[in-house]
Design a protein around this ligand. Structure first.
Ligand SMILES: *Cc1c(COP(=O)(O)O)cnc(C)c1O
Length: 398
């Protein structure tokens, strides 16, 4: 347990650096070693038997010491019993749903989700006889008509990608638990530094590690943290044979390096995010801004209860709508036009433009409810706030 043996409980930022690692167990290496191996041997056949019987280190699709450390650390930071780390955020969604749902089961989802989770819910799971029920969870009372005795999972994001809408975790969990459904929160937009859904009643938390947790835009990863019985199913069935979507130990080590500065980065993302959101809201050419820590946000009170700050994610629209969004994008000099989010550099995307372009190869591509033609999604990075504000100002100028 390393430095966690201290006599008093350590705080979040400290645990993000030290939890579950003791250099004394690794020849004094201060940075955790990266274990590059595909398989494991044991001194005796009896010890091999024991490893097989106990689900121990046998083969690296299932277990790797580097990945295990990341799993232990992330679970600790979320306040979860256990965790599993996989190759990407979508691998986390895939492992979770394929491990916990069977033909005939129902999953209730919030109507707006990250575009590829949306694609899985609308085009993927129904092919396997799983019923997907989209509802507007902005009013948790809407769950009453959506839940049935067959509902196994209630699944949503908060903050929501790409709108930065906020859903009330405690109110949703309370209703879902009455019918015995498992509550899954995708907390990618906040990271555990700002929001820990298990404290509000969630059973499982999902993250795209690609985003804030790694934070440097150079690696893919995903995680599910929460109840041990559920994590064991996702690990033992999902990762072992349903998807085999194991993360590489190098990627796990890079995510762990990013995690060391998560607290520090999220503080700055939140500070700059609020400054940028205020500037946009005050600009005459901006029609609306959705940022959880602006008092104008529809669920501002819930955001303040659930999150330590508003993070760096926001969406906004210009009075000139679709054309205005394209003009703004073409004029930016510093903020990078790219999908993904949570990086050190500021990233901006216009879902409606992407959607129109995609329809050439995928005619059925649609935008999620609440994602208008004018919506721009901005991931505020760690550049000097003045430079981000200046870039938006010059791009907005007529
Ligand atoms: C990016 C993202 C995912 C998918 O993660 P990948 O690592 O890109 O596979 C899932 N949920 C949300 C909210 C995301 O932003």
């Amino acid at each position: 347990m390393g430095k966690d043996r201290a006599s008093h409980p350590l705080h979040f930022a400290t645990r993000a650096i030290h939890h579950a690692y003791d250099p004394a167990d690794h020849q004094g290496a201060v940075a955790p070693p990266v274990y590059f191996t595909s398989t494991y041997t044991f001194p005796t056949i009896e010890e091999t038997d024991a490893a097989a019987a106990q689900g121990g280190l046998l083969y690296a699709r299932e277990h790797n010491p580097t990945t295990r450390l990341l799993e232990a650390r992330l679970a600790n930071l979320e306040g979860a019993e256990a965790g599993v780390v996989v190759a990407s955020g979508m691998a986390a969604v895939g492992n979770l749903t394929l491990s916990l749902l069977s033909q005939g089961d129902e999953i209730v989802v919030h109507q707006t989700l990250y575009s590829n989770t949306m694609a899985m819910m609308s085009g993927g799971l129904p092919r396997f006889g799983i019923k997907v029920v989209p509802v507007d969870l902005a009013d948790p009372a809407n769950l009453e008509t959506a839940l049935t005795p067959l509902t196994r999972i209630v699944y949503f994001e908060t903050p929501i990608n790409p709108t930065a809408g906020i859903l009330d975790i405690a109110a949703i969990a309370e209703r879902a638990h009455k019918v015995g459904a498992i509550v899954v929160v995708d907390g990618t937009f906040a990271s555990p530094a700002l929001q820990r859904p298990i404290e509000f009643g969630a059973d499982l938390v999902l993250h795209s590690l690609t985003k804030y947790i790694n934070g440097h835009g150079d690696v893919l990863g995903g995680a599910v943290l929460g109840r041990r019985d559920l994590i064991e199913k996702i690990h033992g069935n999902g990762v072992r044979y349903l998807t085999g979507a194991t993360i590489s130990p190098m990627a796990a080590a890079l995510v762990m390096r990013g995690l060391r500065t998560l607290s520090l980065r999220m503080e700055r993302h939140g500070e700059t995010g609020l400054q940028v959101a205020r500037m946009l809201e005050a600009h005459p050419d901006v029609a609306w801004v959705s940022y959880p820590y602006l008092p104008s946000h529809a669920a501002h009170d819930v955001a303040r209860r659930q999150m330590a700050n508003g993070s760096g994610m926001m969406s906004f629209g210009l009075r000139d709508g679709f054309d205005g969004a394209r003009r703004l994008l073409s004029r930016l000099r510093l903020i990078t036009r790219a999908v993904s989010l949570g990086d050190t550099e500021s990233l901006i995307t216009h879902p409606a433009s992407l959607n129109r372009a995609r329809r050439k190869i995928r005619p059925d591509a649609t935008l999620a409810p609440c994602v208008g033609d004018d919506l721009l999604r901005l991931s505020v990075g760690l550049e000097d706030a003045r430079d981000i504000v200046d870039d938006l100002r010059q791009a907005l100028a007529r």
